[in-house]
Design a protein around this ligand. Structure first.
Ligand code: ADP
Length: 193
C-alpha cells in the first residue's frame, strides 16, 4: 500500500502530476478541488454552500472538507494499491483529522510531496489555465488571494510532515515528464522501505 499526499501552491502542478502517478501506480486519486467543482456543477446543496468561497479563492470550512474526505477514503475498494490526496490536507486542523481517519481505516501516509514553484511562474501558469479552461478562480485577483491563503494556512503543514520524516520537496519548474521522473524515483524508493 502506498498513500501519498501531494501538496503545493495553486498552479504547482499537483493535478497534472497526480494523473501521471495514478496511471502508473494504480492509486485512487482524491482531489478535493475536483470534488467541490463537481458538486458546484451538479448544483447540489453542498455545491451551493461552497460556490462563493471557491470562486473567491477562500477555503471551505474544515468540517465540510473533512467529512468529504472521510467518506471518500472509506469507500476505496481493494483494487487500488493505495491513494493520492491532492488538495487535502490544506490546514493543520485537516492534517490532524486525517491522522484519525487513517487510523480508523488502518492506513498510513507513505510520503508527503511538496511541489515548489516560484510565485511569478505560478501566476503565469494560472492565468494561462484561466484562458484555456475558464476556471472561475483563475483570474489575477483571485489567484493572488489563493496564494496568500496558501502561504498562511497550507505552508505551515509542511512542518507537520517534516517531523514525521516522510517529507520530500520537489522542484516543480521544468518539463512535466522530468518532474514526474523525480516523483517516480521517490515513490519507488519509499515503496521498497
Ligand atoms: P488550486 O490548488 O489550484 O487552488 P484546487 O482545485 O486544489 O486548486 O482547489 C480549488 C479550491 O477548492 C480552493 O481554492 C478552495 O476554495 C477549495 N478547496 C479545495 N480543497 C480544499 C481543502 N482541503 N480545504 C478547504 N478548501 C479547499
Amino acid at each position: 500500500m502506498i498513500n501519498i499526499i501531494i501538496s503545493g501552491a495553486p498552479g504547482s502542478g499537483k493535478g497534472t502530476q497526480s494523473d501521471l502517478i495514478v496511471e502508473n501506480f494504480r492509486l485512487k486519486h482524491l482531489s478535493t478541488g475536483d470534488m467541490l467543482r463537481a458538486e458546484i456543477a451538479a448544483g447540489t446543496e453542498l455545491g451551493h454552500q461552497v460556490e462563493k468561497l471557491v470562486s473567491a479563492g477562500a477555503y471551505v470550512p474544515d468540517n465540510l472538507i473533512i467529512d468529504i474526505i472521510s467518506n471518500a477514503v472509506s469507500q476505496i475498494d481493494d483494487s487500488y494499491n493505495g491513494l493520492i490526496l491532492d488538495g487535502f490536507p490544506r490546514t493543520v486542523e485537516q492534517a490532524q483529522a486525517l491522522e484519525e481517519i487513517l487510523e480508523q481505516t488502518g492506513k498510513k501516509i507513505s510520503l508527503f510531496l511538496d511541489i515548489h514553484v516560484d510565485e511569478e511562474e505560478l501566476i503565469d501558469r494560472l492565468l494561462k489555465r484561466g484562458q484555456i479552461q475558464g476556471r472561475k478562480d483563475d483570474n489575477l485577483e483571485t489567484i493572488k488571494e489563493r496564494l496568500k491563503v496558501y502561504n498562511a494556512k497550507t505552508q505551515p503543514i509542511s512542518d507537520f510532515y517534516k517531523k514525521k520524516n516522510n517529507y520530500y520537496r520537489i522542484e516543480g519548474s521544468g518539463e512535466i515528464e522530468e518532474i514526474y521522473g523525480k516523483i517516480e524515483d521517490i515513490i519507488n524508493l519509499v515503496s521498497k522501505e
